[in-house]
Design a protein around this ligand. Structure first.
Ligand code: 13P
Length: 250
């Protein structure tokens, strides 16, 4: 069901001690009674600790990536079963840093999505254009292709476990945010594309998050847009006060 979500993608930041500190600061400062689901995505090695510390709280835990195979000779990789066996029910897939630095393709990501869903995980699937795509007015095409190639093989029922994150690559870690109007325009396009393929109910029920330099001072305006259901937060998720202020923007 479509609802508000604020998720912190910690990327390759925070060691074990820093993870514990950030989680306890967030827990201490988080306002109650907000209509928003809160998720954090620490590194793989700190997921167990996060699961343990957040047990009996209303903050959920997500992994930042996952391998597509069930298991076997894939040195250094992490499977869906390993994640769910420690209580991780959410996974971020298709982040632009995975696409760019680790050459993850749409076809590979479609495979990862299938594996995650088979293990009854919820997928936060990232899409978004690069600066050159927007300059060449190709941004709608790029996002359309990422959606089709990564997710449109799924049946409508599978979409209850999909959350989308629109993250324009040029806005990630740059301090340059998409304007609320640019975010709304793309989110509306994404919902419309899903509506064409799957119909009204699937389109209306999917939560679409915006990611890219969301900060306490711009979150409220971005989240106020009709088709923006929350945020995937990078840098600002690493400071408890900022992350909590972003949750508080709802
Ligand atoms: P920043 O908020 O640091 O721009 O990162 C966004 C992001 O990549 C979240 O996944």
């Amino acid at each position: 069901m479509r609802h508000n979500i604020v998720a912190g993608n910690w990327k390759m930041n925070k060691n074990a001690g820093e993870t514990a500190k950030l989680l306890s600061d967030i827990l201490n400062q988080l306002p109650s009674g907000k209509e928003v689901e809160v998720l954090v995505a620490p590194s793989f090695v700190n997921l167990s600790q996060a699961i343990h510390m957040l047990e009996h709280t209303n903050i959920g835990v997500a992994a930042q990536n996952m391998h597509q195979a069930e298991g076997g000779a894939f040195t250094g990789e992490i499977s869906a079963d390993m994640l769910t066996s420690i209580g991780v029910q959410n996974v971020i897939l298709g982040h632009s840093e995975r696409r760019q630095y680790f050459k993850e393709t749409d076809a590979l990501l479609a495979n990862k999505v299938d594996t995650a869903l088979k293990h009854e995980m919820r997928v936060i699937f990232c899409i978004g254009e690069e600066l050159k795509d927007r300059q060449n007015k190709q941004h709608f095409n790029v996002v359309d292709n990422q959606l089709r190639d990564g997710l449109f093989h799924l049946g409508a029922n599978a979409w209850v476990n999909i959350v989308l994150a629109y993250e324009p690559v040029w806005a990630i870690g740059t301090g340059e945010t998409a304007t609320p109007e640019q975010a709304q325009e793309m989110h509306q396009f994404i919902r419309e594309t899903i509506r064409h393929k799957y119909g009204e109910s699937t389109a209306e029920n999917v939560s679409i998050l915006y990611g890219g330099s969301v900060k306490p001072d711009n979150a409220k305006e971005i989240f106020s847009k009709t088709d923006v259901d929350g945020g995937l937060i990078g840098g600002a998720a690493l400071k408890a006060e900022d992350f909590v202020a972003i949750v508080d923007a709802f």
